[in-house]
Design a protein around this ligand. Structure first.
Ligand SMILES: [Zn+2]
Ligand SMILES: [Zn+2]
Length: 254
């Protein structure tokens, strides 16, 4: 299994996961043109895509889903709550998924995990291949629950949210209501909460950790590096951070 971020942040998210030349996408928060450009940069033929899984209805995750899936004639999977919110329940390409019920697509199995976020019925995903390698993709959550810790505990790779620095958020440009939303239990993970999550799920099998959905206004990349480097036991420069406007490198789970 190999995976790549096609972009991460409040202006759009998409993560491509490939197993034996077939791929699924988690979220499609870019328009069709941008998504196709990023796929090309990742040397991926769009025809390799088998399905799109959508975590929730916010535009930075759902913007391009329908047009991309219609163009490629592939299904998109969401919770019922997300589909109802987006008025997708009558769409012929929509497939309903349920939390804690495994979905198989090609050689991959995806476990939808309920997260606390201010959306209708948000889910995040743990992806497993037939060799038992697991990638946990987790963003857009305001707090850590015992269920999340348990579901992400035995992953070999993690792509996590490190959204904001609490102090920068408090002193930043957001109005008080938005500030409270982001910092709240149904908002986004701070750098410290991301580090806490890593501490709680760390095990000897964990090979790769990347941090994304980094706020452009309420965070600084050096702060994320400084917070995560002790728990990852690596120098700050080696902490892997995702970018909004660029694809990451491919990472492979052997
Ligand atoms: Zn988001
Ligand atoms: Zn969101």
């Amino acid at each position: 299994m190999k995976y790549i971020s096609l972009g991460s942040g409040s202006r759009g998210n998409a993560t491509l996961i490939m197993e034996q030349q077939r791929a699924v996408l988690i979220d499609c928060g870019f328009n069709r043109k941008t998504l196709l450009q990023r796929l090309e940069q990742a040397a991926t033929d769009p025809r390799q895509l088998e399905a799109v899984f959508v975590t929730h209805e916010h535009g930075d995750h759902a913007r391009g889903v329908v047009l991309v899936c219609e163009a490629l004639n592939i299904p998109f999977y969401t919770s019922f709550g997300t589909a109802r919110q987006m008025q997708w329940t009558e769409h012929p390409l929509w497939r309903c998924i349920h939390s804690d019920q495994l979905v198989s697509v090609g050689k991959l199995a995806l476990l939808p995990v309920v997260v606390p976020h201010d959306a209708a019925e948000p889910l995040q995903f743990v992806v497993e291949n037939s060799a038992g390698k697991r990638l946990g993709v987790l963003s857009d959550l305001g707090s850590l629950t015992p269920h999340i810790i348990s579901c992400y505990s035995d992953c070999h790779a993690l792509q996590l949210e490190a959204n904001h620095d609490p102090q920068m958020l408090q002193n930043g440009p957001y109005p008080p209501s938005l500030r409270a939303r982001v910092a709240g239990n149904f908002g986004h993970l701070s750098n410290q909460q991301c580090a806490e999550l890593i501490r709680r799920v760390h095990w000897h099998g964990l090979q790769q950790v990347s941090a994304g959905h980094i706020s452009e206004k309420n965070n600084a990349r050096e702060l994320v590096r400084a917070e995560l480097s002790p728990v990852l036991d690596c120098p700050p420069q080696q902490v892997r951070l995702l970018e909004q406007d660029q694809i990451s490198g491919w990472l492979e789970l052997a």
